[in-house]
Design a protein around this ligand. Sequence first.
Ligand SMILES: NC(=O)c1ccc[n+]([C@@H]2O[C@H](COP(=O)([O-])OP(=O)(O)OC[C@H]3O[C@@H](n4cnc5c(N)ncnc54)[C@H](OP(=O)(O)O)[C@@H]3O)[C@@H](O)[C@H]2O)c1
Length: 419
Amino acid sequence: MTKNIINARVTFKKSPIHVLERFSLGDSENAYKSFKDHTGLSECVILQTCNRVEIFGSGNNFDREEIKKTWASLSGLEENSFNDNLEWSQNSDVYEHLLKLTSGLDSMVVGEEQIMTQIKDSIQSAKKLKVSGESLNTLFDKAIRVGTRVRTSTGISKGSISVGSMAVKLAEENVDEMKSKKILLIGTGEAATLVAKSLKKRGYPFFISSRTVERSTSFSKTVGGEPVDFNSILTGFENYDIVFVATTAPYFLVTFERIQKALETKHSGMMILDLSNPRTVDEKVAELRGIKLMNIDQIAEMVDKNMRSRIGQKNSAEEIIKEELPVLEATMKRLEAEPIVKDVFKSTDAIRVKELEKAFSMLGELNDSQKKIIEELTKSVAENIMSTPMNNLRKETEHGNSDVINAASKLFNFKKEEN
Ligand SMILES: NC(=O)c1ccc[n+]([C@@H]2O[C@H](COP(=O)([O-])OP(=O)(O)OC[C@H]3O[C@@H](n4cnc5c(N)ncnc54)[C@H](OP(=O)(O)O)[C@@H]3O)[C@@H](O)[C@H]2O)c1
């Protein structure tokens, strides 16, 4: 039976980030165990980032309903939550999807580099846990190679701008003499890190604050910024000119009342950039004098415009994927032939060794060089006889001729292990 490759995913394309977060599978090791135990998948790779939760699987007879059920139980969701969010692909469509992912074409910020690292980490951890096997390892290794080719030959990653850099760029465009302004960054997660890196790169000093003191202190050491107490910033917005907010707080941190109070003593304007989704800055603050507010939708729209200006690179990247996809398809199909090819070579060699030993004992005293000549002769005969049919078997499988696999299995008494 042919092995199928499947991909089930919930991504930012169909689901807003706050919805997407609910589909998280939690601890990957535990998730891998559940998928392998309950779904019929023989191989599995999980990719979880802030923009996507994806399962790549391989097997002879997996059950889509069981995959959904297992996912629902891991994330604590009702199965019907998947109706509007879950997408499925199989075989060639999975290969194309993964090539787009490694090339950065499926990212919120087209060409961004982070996804490549996340994919490499996912396959590495699956290999380490021995939950992936020949199919998914080959697929991921090839897709990473194609993604690297796309990035080096099209320059799609150059000039791409992260949400964090775009937020800083927008602040620069709206505030004069930014270097002299007091900048505050609230949040110490992934999004805040993107802002911090961009501020640092452009040489802007900033204050960093997080609900958890330890997080702002360690963020300050590893990424940058001067840590400030969380409660003091909430009651002291008058001390800052530019505020970036990137947290997952389920309520407004920057409220109308807090900014209104700040403006009693602050006489210059303030720019607030809210990267959070859902919002953590009350939109009403924009009604206050001197307050300029930009939210994640406006920031993401600017990122999208930047992407559209790089449409030429996107087209070249798509061309490379179009060229590489059939090569990858052939490689994946060829894998079908590998178990039988390996098995045939192994049994041929076992016969060769057995007969060789028999011959040596019949020939009596032989020196090492004579033994070597006879041994090389047996190897060469076995290889010459078997390599043509085995290469033909590989070629036919590449072209999708599974009848040849069935015929070869019968001819060589090959029994494929289920899963
Ligand atoms: N990651 C991205 O690339 C990206 C891109 C665009 C937009 N966003 C949006 O940016 C926001 C942050 O995402 P993230 O990926 O950076 O999340 P994250 O890595 O999980 O970090 C979450 C941050 O939120 C803080 N936080 C959580 N609950 C809080 C609360 N009740 N009060 C105050 N702070 C709280 C955490 O600080 P403590 O641990 O100290 O509480 C931490 O700094 C989200 O709304 C997300 O949708 C993210």
